[in-house]
Design a binder for this molecule. Structure first.
Ligand SMILES: [Zn+2]
Ligand SMILES: [Zn+2]
Length: 866
């Protein structure tokens, strides 16, 4: 069922209702004032910091629900409110279902914006960060999110980042952390290196219109590629992750099986530069006798060599680089118009000794495979297109094989790209099937020493060095005598110095603090220099959720036994934009911690949910567009409950939500209706208020009871299943409509008090995960003393929820023709539709005109025809 068009539904019901209201003044007296009620509960909750604390040594079943920790930018946006409202509803639901719930929050508080603010506003990064945290924490509390603040993690505090340093030392011992000189991605705006994962369409992930440059630097890397296969394989276990995220990770890891083949440069003097071999990676070595050129990425080192003495070639190659960058910026490198230039040099195909021309092409990417391919135009779409354009030889080496050998086509239409063929024109390998060819030719390459079967990954090791100030210092030293020396564990943490001139000039700012840099070598006691790069902030978020389980441990990052109780995370909730970066890094970190003997679990997160974006006027909210809806303003106008309920109601949580002011107004009116109903109908002092609901209810009471049990079922099912909280909220709205519909019966005392009590109590319990403030107020109004947070979730009775059915006689022109069975409280249209769909009725009125339809509810239907 599609989600309701909320704003209109609410407005319509609201209008219908206000026209029915007997007395406007009465409504004014009973007006719900969210500010008064929410402030009252806010104050009460502040007084009890252990309110939402997870229990230690609990025998209850555990439930770890987590929303991704925010960067402390200073103010929550609606995307945060949505993310946390989903998590908070779930946490409250699990508490009410008797679980020991862990629901913590923290701050991903290192990173560049703090440093930039320091530069532009002259506020120290720490001060800027901590005041932002204070603001956002106050907003979260005002929104009523039920966090266990005793476990708050702030990644820029030494008690946290010392463990980043500790892990780094352990990883270094294990060979997982290493230093090497390499070409790295450099964002000139950030003035720092970026990981591959942080390059989006050739630009910086933070500065999406700033093309990333390549620089050669000594950097620290984490060997994530060691886990490439396991990261890929274990995706199959993550069946409760969105398929979209798993696919993105699979593609990012990018495993492909194939063969590396070395083509030597022709006519290279033996004393020439070391770069005299071009390694190509191919998944189709069986087609190598059809290779008629070798193509290199414009940034390939051999291209640089060849162009060094050839200014004309250099200029052409620079042009190709520019085209490639432009396509990357536009995000359509896959669609780039293919251009290339011949270098005038040749390489030798080691399989047949043949000289093939070397080209440089704009569609070959240096960061993919080896940055070089063999071009086989007869058997590859892209190569075919290129060869046609530049008039390069196209040589057939595979012909199709059908079931019947007679059907073999000697000259298939080109390019012929399937593996369903056999080799021709391929020397000693002719006659093999493609599959045999791949195997035998790989083995041949390996035996002859010019290649080997191999698996390649798109995933590269994670470069974590950042030439920035506001991050975790890398705990390494450089001694003239001993080289690279790890900081001894007992000397951790290496504290980030506080008073910094963090002018953005490029190069690591820590290098300009002699008190930091100059130190003593722990090995020889001589002078040493500290590493001045800091860690990528994605290190901080790679393991923070483990720290929540044991946040104040001074001896270890966390206690194993406590970790074992809480992990894996039962439900993790965040934006899909983290599908590659954070969600791959933290999976890697978990596997590395397991190999370190710290934990037993292979994966950190059992279930992942990615919520949709919150947009306004159809576009992502942004300051520059001026379309930001501020949570503070919404709280001031409508209250926190309305803001929370609205973000859950306005769209299924996995879809994008376009903010509508009329929508939140409708929610505010709905909450007012709930409040007024309870205000008028709570009678906790009535002698029957706490009695059992009688079994023999009058019809109208039974209809209300059925609606109640149906609503409990729908809301419970949604929490267990598809999480379409929007339909939960509309079900609760329908229940409230039914209550208003029963007001007359209530006035006439035809709804027994125990039922009136039960339906209101359950209504409040159902609302509690979504709108905690008003629910607590109503709970009190209903005379309940216990904490609503731990009140048991209402249970439905399947028999009571079942629609009661009645048999209705159907007459035509007053004569009984059939009987139909419909739900007891069916609407008139529904009954007519069923009557007219009945086989006997249909044939009886065939070809006649219906003049009139009469319905006497519960008694009969009469159809007048002529
Ligand atoms: Zn940048
Ligand atoms: Zn030394």
């Amino acid at each position: 069922m599609p989600p309701p068009d909320n704003s209109e539904t609410i407005t319509a019901t609201a209008n219908a209702r206000s026209s029915r209201l007997p007395d406007r003044e009465r409504e004014n007296d009973e007006r719900y004032d969210p500010q008064r009620v929410e402030n009252k509960w806010f104050q009460l909750w502040q007084q009890d910091p252990s309110l939402y604390a997870a229990e230690a040594d609990s025998t209850k079943k555990k439930y770890y629900v987590l929303e991704m920790l925010p960067y402390p930018s200073g103010v929550l946006h609606m995307g945060h409110v949505r993310n946390y409202s989903i998590g908070d509803a779930l946490a409250r639901y699990m508490w009410m279902n008797g679980y020991n719930v862990l629901h913590p929050m923290g701050w991903d508080s290192f990173g560049l914006p703090a440093e930039n603010a320091a530069i532009s506003a002259n506020v120290p990064p720490r001060q800027w960060t901590l005041s932002n945290i204070a603001n956002m924490k106050a907003q979260m509390k005002r929104l009523g999110f039920a966090y266990d603040w005793s476990r708050e993690v702030t990644t820029c505090f030494p008690e946290y980042y010392r463990w980043n340093q500790w892990f780094f030392l352990k990883f270094h011992e294990m060979g997982l952390a290493y230093r090497k000189k390499s070409k790295v991605n450099w964002c000139p705006k950030c003035a720092t290196v970026l990981a591959n994962e942080q390059v989006v369409n050739g630009c910086c992930w933070r500065h999406q219109s700033t093309p990333v440059e390549q620089r050669e630097l000594e950097q620290w890397f984490l060997r994530i590629t060691k886990y490439a296969d396991e990261l890929l394989r274990d995706l199959d276990k993550l069946t409760d992750w969105p398929e979209k995220v798993r696919t993105m990770q699979r593609n990012w890891i990018g495993r492909s099986e194939g063969t590396l083949v070395d083509f030597k440069l022709a006519n290279t003097k033996s004393d020439a530069a070391a770069a005299s071999t071009i390694s190509v990676f191919t998944t189709r070595v069986d087609t190598i006798f059809g290779a008629t050129s070798v193509q290199l990425a414009p940034q390939h080192p051999i291209v640089a060599d060849l162009a060094a003495k050839n200014p004309d070639l250099r200029a052409k190659v620079d042009q190709l680089i520019a085209e490639q960058r432009k396509a990357k910026e536009a995000g359509d490198i896959g669609e780039i118009e293919k251009h290339g230039v011949p270098t005038g040099s040749y390489a030798i195909n080691p399989f047949n000794g043949e000289k093939v021309p070397i080209w440089v092409a704009n569609y070959i990417l240096m960061d993919y495979g080896t940055g070089a391919i063999m071009s086989v135009p007869a058997h590859d779409e892209r190569d075919y297109e290129f060869a046609k354009k530049y008039n390069i030889e196209i040589r057939l080496v595979i012909v199709p094989v059908g079931d019947d050998p007679e059907e073999t086509v000697a000259e298939p239409p080109l390019p012929f790209t399937t593996m369903n063929g056999s080799l021709v024109n391929s020397g000693p390998f002719s006659g093999l099937t493609c599959e045999e060819g791949v195997k035998k030719m790989s083995a041949h390459a390996e035996k002859s020493g010019f290649g080997k079967a191999t698996v390649t990954y798109r995933l590269k090791d994670w470069g974590i060095s950042r030439q920035r100030y506001w991050g975790t210092p890398i705990p390494m030293l450089y001694c003239e005598k001993d080289g690279i020396v790890p900081v001894p564990e007992k000397d951790l943490p290496v504290i980030l110095p506080e008073n910094m001139d963090s002018t953005l000039t490029g190069g690591s700012p820590l290098g300009r603090v002699p008190e930091f840099v100059i130190t003593t070598c722990p090995k020889c006691g001589g002078p040493a220099r500290r590493e001045t790069d800091t860690m990528d902030t994605f290190v901080d978020s790679s393991w923070y959720f483990y720290r929540y389980t044991d946040a104040h441990n001074h001896r270890a990052p966390f206690d194993r036994e406590i970790e074992e109780y809480w992990f894996p995370i039962d439900q993790y909730i965040g934006g899909v934009e983290h599908a590659i970066l954070h969600l791959i890094y933290s999976r890697f970190w978990t596997k590395a911690m397991r190999d370190l003997g710290l934990i037993k679990n292979d994966e950190p997160v059992a279930r992942l949910f990615t919520q949709g974006m919150v947009t306004y006027q159809g576009a992502a909210m942004s300051k520059s567009r001026g379309n930001v809806v501020s949570p503070d303003e919404m709280i001031a106008r409508f209250g926190a409950d309305a803001a929370r309920l609205y973000v859950l109601f306005a769209a299924p949580p996995d879809r994008d939500l376009d903010w509508q002011d009329s929508g939140i107004e409708g929610i505010q009116r709905f909450l007012g209706r709930v409040y007024r109903f309870v205000l008028r109908n709570a009678r906790p002092d009535h002698p029957d208020w706490r009695k059992q609901v009688p079994g023999d209810l009058p019809l109208q009471a039974r209809v209300l009871q059925r609606k109640l049990h149906q609503t409990i079922k729908r809301v419970s099912d949604d929490f267990q299943g598809r999480w379409h909280f929007n339909t939960c909220v509309s079900a609760i709205m329908e229940l409230v409509n039914a209550l208003y519909g029963a007001e007359e019966a209530i006035a006439k005392n035809s709804i027994p008090s125990p039922l009136l009590a039960e339906v209101q109590r359950s209504l409040v319990l159902l609302l509690a995960p979504f709108a905690p403030f008003i629910s607590h107020e109503l709970w009190e109004m209903l005379g309940e003393k216990g904490n609503l947070l731990k009140a048991p979730w209402p249970k439905y009775d399947a028999a009571l929820a079942k629609e009661e059915e009645i048999e209705v006689p159907v007459q035509i022109n007053g004569k009984l023709r059939s009987r139909i069975v419909v739900p007891a409280d069916s609407a008139e249209d529904f009954v007519f539709d069923h009557a007219l769909a009945d086989e006997k009725i249909r044939s009886a009125i065939a070809g006649k005109q219906i003049v009139k339809k009469i319905h006497i509810a519960g008694k009969l239907v009469n159809i007048v025809v002529k």
